[in-house]
Write a protein that binds this ligand. Structure first.
Ligand code: SF4
Ligand code: SF4
Length: 303
């Protein structure tokens, strides 16, 4: 059987071979008390709006060993989703196929690769379970959490999907990332059109990503004025981040926008039919929004 050091190196090499841009490994444990306290306070203040699922399974969220019996290691991966060109209206992460599937499919392949070397049990996650994804990415040495609340990978930026493989074997662990390279920069806070993002605080209820994707009700009165062109998500606090000047277009086939999506014009969006919606967003993360809600957003822009 491979020794632990060789197995760790093999796993990281396999992760890169499968299309991830970076892979680090953290020892599985409970999250630090201050993280749980911060999250509890954030929920108590109601910052999560109608996302009730964030309140549930907090025991598992703070202790990932409850998600996988005998969990020892958290393999944290990140995959670049920066597009070759931004598309008016839609957040960059949603231009291709649904990232949950793209990432998890590769994590299952990574688990299969590991099982070729050593028998182990594991589960793959990507924004699909109560896992503190950015926290574990930091613990696995991938980067730091910026003022925009995104994980920023040094030299690469923040246009990354995060995924985790929780497994029941010991591995060599990365040193947690302790630096923070935001410095005196406030560009993300200044660029947020709704003041959802403030120093040390993020109020999802004001965030355009939340309002356009998660919020099912009628949009608040004046929000259209703040939307600009966006109708699915908002990337302003990332596009203004100087660390994203390093962003290079991703080369993952499933994450490329379809020609039909690239051809859409402003007038096409305004008269979008259900049929066209289904054609454009089959197997896309945009399906989370639904046709009616997407049209609500499209019509609300510019007040
Ligand atoms: S996604 Fe947009 S609205 Fe939300 S915090 Fe970032 S800049 Fe503000
Ligand atoms: S815009 Fe500036 S403050 Fe905000 S995350 Fe990027 S570096 Fe940090």
């Amino acid at each position: 059987m491979m020794d632990r050091q060789k197995l760790t190196a093999y796993i990281k090499a396999e992760a890169l071979r499968l299309g991830f841009d970076i892979c680090g490994i953290a020892k599985a444990s409970s999250a630090e008390d201050e993280t749980a306290e911060f999250y509890n306070r954030w929920l108590e203040e109601g910052n999560h709006g109608t996302m009730g699922y964030l309140e549930r399974n907090r025991d598992k969220r703070y202790n990932p060993t409850l998600l996988v019996e005998g969990c020892r290691s958290i393999i944290a991966v990140a995959m670049n989703y920066a597009p070759a060109r931004h598309l008016e209206g839609i957040a960059d992460y949603a231009l291709g196929e649904d990232y949950h599937k793209v990432i998890k499919d590769r994590l299952f392949l990574l688990l299969a690769s590991i099982n070729e070397k050593v028998a182990c049990h594991g589960r793959a996650f990507c924004d699909s379970a109560p896992v503190l994804e950015r926290y574990w990415a930091v613990k696995a040495g991938l980067g730091w959490i910026g003022r925009n609340r995104q994980l920023i990978i040094p030299g690469k930026g923040s246009y990354f999907f995060l995924g985790e493989l929780l497994i029941d074997i010991e591995l060599e662990y990365n040193t947690p990332y302790t630096a923070n390279h935001c410095g005196n920069c406030r560009k993300c806070l200044e660029s947020c059109p709704t003041a959802a993002l403030r120093e040390g605080c993020f109020d999802a209820r004001k965030c355009l990503s939340y309002l356009t994707i998660e919020y099912r009700d009628e949009l608040p009165g004046k929000i259209g004025e703040k939307m600009g062109n966006c109708f699915y998500g908002c990337d302003r606090c990332q596009t203004h981040c100087p660390h994203n000047r390093f962003a290079a277009p991703n080369k993952i086939p499933e994450l490329q926008p379809s020609p039909a999506l690239l051809e859409m014009t402003e007038s096409d969006w305004r008269i979008l039919t259900m049929e066209k919606y289904n054609q454009l967003f089959k197997e896309s993360a945009v399906e989370r929004c639904g046709y009616e809600q997407l049209m609500r957003n499209i019509k609300a822009r510019h007040g």
